[in-house]
Design a protein around this ligand. Structure first.
Ligand SMILES: [Fe+2]
Length: 241
């Protein structure tokens, strides 16, 4: 299990580096894809931007792209720090994650969504996939709404970053403003088929490090294990929704 401030680094055969860390009181998982030669560092949902910036500085890089799974406050925690440091940084997400009508919503007296000024948005329909490249980095991006509008998952280079669609043992909650339980079922069905098509030893990185079926809290599980054990994916396959 990653300790606070620790980064797990996997250097792939294609040269792309996958950095994974866990940050903050909500146990948010962050994944980055790095192409050192091209000086590209793509970070998904950075939580503690100062830590990301200082860690990348050690290898002479700066964050170049932020990818957002969705715009809940805990996933966009590091946004202002990042744009204060790098005003030109590219910020990508789904058009529907802008949620202008939901920005005033609160949860436990805190703002639920953050306003993100995306530099690029995708607008593909739910349960469809698009491809995105930066240098050697090649990701497939799936629109998976339900937990939040415009929710995306990202996969490539041995990792499926699930955001709050899927945790290791469960799926994301659908009782929040902007949630859509029916869309979530379709997104889980699509994810089940997609995960089945990926190499079984790839890692599923959840949006949060929550409990696995045996009471441990691993940072990730393999695609094989999540397909076999995740309660929501099992329910989807049994037609329990
Ligand atoms: Fe969320």
């Amino acid at each position: 299990m990653l300790t606070k401030g620790e980064f797990a680094i996997d250097i792939r055969d294609d040269g792309v580096e996958v950095w994974i860390t866990q940050m903050g009181d909500f146990m948010n998982m962050n994944t980055a894809f790095i192409d050192r030669e091209a000086k590209i560092a793509v970070i998904i949902d950075p939580f503690d931007s100062n830590l990301w910036i200082s860690e990348l500085k050690k290898i002479g890089l700066e964050p170049t792209h932020l990818l957002y799974t969705h715009t809940h406050r805990d996933h966009t925690w590091g946004y202002s720090e990042m744009i204060n440091n790098f005003p030109e940084i590219l910020i990508l997400g789904h058009e529907e994650a802008k949620v202008p009508d939901l920005l005033d919503n609160t949860l436990f007296n805190n703002q639920l969504f953050n306003k993100i000024d995306f530099t690029t948005t995708w607008n593909n329909p739910p349960d469809s996939m698009i491809e995105w490249n930066a240098g050697k980095i090649n990701l497939k991006i799936t629109h998976s709404p339900g937990h939040a509008p415009g929710h995306l998952t990202f996969h490539g280079h041995g990792v499926y970053h699930a955001g709050d669609l899927l945790f290791t043992a469960h799926s994301g909650r659908v009782d929040l403003p902007g949630s859509d339980p029916n869309a979530q079922i379709n997104s889980l069905k699509f994810a089940n088929d997609l995960l089945n098509s990926l190499p079984s030893d790839w890692r599923l990185v959840p949006g949060h490090r929550y409990e696995w079926i045996d009471g441990t809290t691993p940072d990730w599980v393999t695609i094989k294990d999540v397909l076999e054990q995740n309660y929501s994916l099992k329910d989807v396959r049994r037609g329990n929704f």
